[in-house]
Design a protein around this ligand. Structure first.
Ligand code: C5P
Length: 234
């Protein structure tokens, strides 16, 4: 399937229409941003890593009954996906305190949480993606109650599957962000699953193997992305 017009350009991806209205093509870029675009840079080869890792994760999740937007990898950077109407929420799941959770609640990074935490943030660059709760989502009409319940159930199930998978390659899944969309009346997993959207720590050393290396100027960014790929066997 061929790309037709560009529908959207985000911070890390471009989305193109195709000649089939049910599908579009996602094209992953090497551009990296953090702090809602305030820090900008490039992570060489990131687009290829994020494309391949996302597709690998979507296929793994599909095997376990999770519906996703994945259709077919077209090239190193391009993937054919189902064209969804995106639910304007970032769904964050946390297993271990880190990042904004640690900052907001004064909890040291690395504290293991008694159970997974699920947060919703409203997707808005202009507002810096503010955290919202279920009643905001219903009151604003961003999703129905049934959709909110489906999203929560799917996100928690995805967490269990991903935690187990990453542990098998000696990586602790600290936290991650998901996005969901509507496709033919169903809620399905969309967007990406990559070191840009997850926190990955080495099980033993707690070395960071994700975008925090870029956000916090830790160096070794490309090497960390390559290490995760190597452990997955990609
Ligand atoms: O910054 P914070 O601690 O809230 O991030 C939680 C998780 O969500 C991290 O894994 C981060 O990579 C991801 N995230 C994301 N996109 C955002 C905000 C957070 O992928 N806009």
């Amino acid at each position: 399937m061929e790309k037709t017009e560009q529908l959207y350009e985000g911070k890390a991806k471009k989305v193109f229409a195709t000649d089939d209205l049910d599908y579009c093509i996602v094209s992953y870029k090497d551009d990296a941003t953090a702090f809602n675009g305030k820090k900008k840079g490039t992570i060489t080869g990131k687009g290829v890593v994020n494309n391949k890792m996302s597709n690998y994760m979507f296929k793994m999740l599909e095997k376990h009954g999770i519906l996703t937007h994945y259709v077919k990898e077209l090239s190193d950077r391009d993937t054919l996906v189902k064209k969804v109407q995106i639910v304007p929420l970032e769904v964050i799941i946390r297993n271990v305190a880190a990042g904004s959770f640690s900052k907001r609640l004064g909890v040291p990074e690395g504290s293991v949480l008694k159970c997974p935490v699920l947060e919703f943030c409203y997707k808005s660059d202009a507002l810096d993606d503010p955290m919202v709760n279920d009643s905001h989502v219903l009151a604003m009409g961003w999703a129905t109650e049934a959709e909110v319940n489906t999203i929560k159930e799917m996100a928690l199930r995805i967490n269990e599957l991903m935690k187990k998978f990453f542990l098998s390659v000696n990586i602790d899944l600290i936290d991650f962000k998901l996005e969901f969309g509507r496709y033919k009346g169903q809620i399905i997993l969309a967007d990406e699953i990559s070191p840009d959207t997850c926190r990955f720590w080495d099980v033993k050393t707690h070395e960071k193997l994700d975008k925090d290396r870029f956000r916090r100027n830790l160096g070794g960014v490309e090497e960390a992305y390559a290490e995760v790929m190597k452990r997955i066997g990609l």
